[in-house]
Ligand binder design. Structure first.
Ligand SMILES: [Zn+2]
Length: 116
């Protein structure tokens, strides 16, 4: 029984080109950074921050912020550069509130009136 198995099982991939899909490269966010020269996402889960418009203007200027709203959204990078810019200034506003800014309407009681 000297039967040599000629059949090669592993013939390789079936004509599949090894393409590396990197999903992490194109992140689809929901909140855009409000700094004009920046086009990154400012989603909270990737480090985005909210900041009052006036504070952002102190660093980027009126023409540097795309929208005039109460709270602008900053991406992680912009927030860091803002912090850098602000470094060295005396702490005028010793904030007691240590939570993140932003008033998300999460205090609305959810009631269901769908009773028959
Ligand atoms: Zn940005």
């Amino acid at each position: 029984m000297g039967f040599k198995s000629k059949a090669r099982k592993n013939r390789g991939e079936t004509g599949k080109v090894a393409s590396k899909d990197k999903d992490s490269e194109v992140y689809e966010g929901q909140v855009k950074c409000d700094i004009i020269e920046c086009d990154k996402w400012a989603d909270k889960k990737i480090g985005g921050r909210k900041m009052s418009y006036n504070r952002a203007v102190e660093v980027w200027g009126v023409s540097g912020v795309s929208r005039k709203i109460g709270k602008v959204s900053l991406c992680k990078t912009c927030y860091r550069s803002w912090k850098k810019e602000k470094k060295g200034e005396p702490k005028q506003w010793a904030s007691k509130s240590s939570g993140p800014l932003g008033n998300a309407p999460n205090s609305i009681p959810v009631r269901s009136f769908d009773q028959p």
